[in-house]
Write a protein that binds this ligand. Structure first.
Ligand code: FES
Length: 170
């Protein structure tokens, strides 16, 4: 059955009775309510969907953003005593900065090339040591010396700039 449109006070109804206060005909109200309901539905979908999207997408975005890091500044590292090391984050992975007894610096990835454990510095032997399976690396070059690690650690460039240590991807 076709909708009957009431024309009372409806602009363009042709009865000339409009007094300037417009009221919507039932058909207009129905359309308005459909549009309003669609708008409210879209808002609810956005309100619910956006946090879910951020929850799911942010780790990937963050990981890719952090993986794109090419340089890290370590302002206080310059105060490190000789024959000590500092583990810091270079992007998403740990890295190690070593202040050698001869006052030189080395920065390397701190992820063991065997199974990915985080390595540390052993001052008594002046080597990098992996606690998981006993692998050792040269503390200056990152070369794998003994144990299961199959490859050397990746070396970064180290510069002392304005009293800060700046580590850059090679
Ligand atoms: S994970 Fe480092 S030696 Fe195995």
């Amino acid at each position: 059955m076709p909708e009957k449109i009431l024309s009372r006070d409806h602009p363009g109804s042709g009865d000339g009775s409009s007094d300037g206060s417009e009221s919507l005909a039932p058909m207009d109200r129905r359309v308005f309510l459909k549009v309003a309901a669609s708008g409210v539905g879209a808002c609810y979908a956005a309100a619910i969907g956006y946090p879910i999207y951020r929850y799911l997408a942010s780790p990937v975005e963050t990981a890719s953003e952090v993986a794109a890091v090419n340089q890290v500044t370590l302002p206080d590292a310059i105060k490190m005593p000789v024959n000590t090391a500092l583990i810091f984050k270079f992007g998403v992975k740990p890295a190690i900065l070593i202040h050698h007894p001869d006052n030189t610096w080395t920065a390397l990835t701190a992820v063991c090339t065997h199974l990915g454990c985080t390595v540390g510095y052993e001052p008594s032997r002046q080597v990098i040591f992996c606690p998981c399976h006993g692998g050792t690396y040269n503390a200056t070059t990152g070369a794998n010396i003994s144990g299961p690690p199959p490859k050397p650690l990746t070396e970064f460039k180290v510069a002392t700039t304005n009293g800060q240590i700046v580590v850059t991807r090679s």
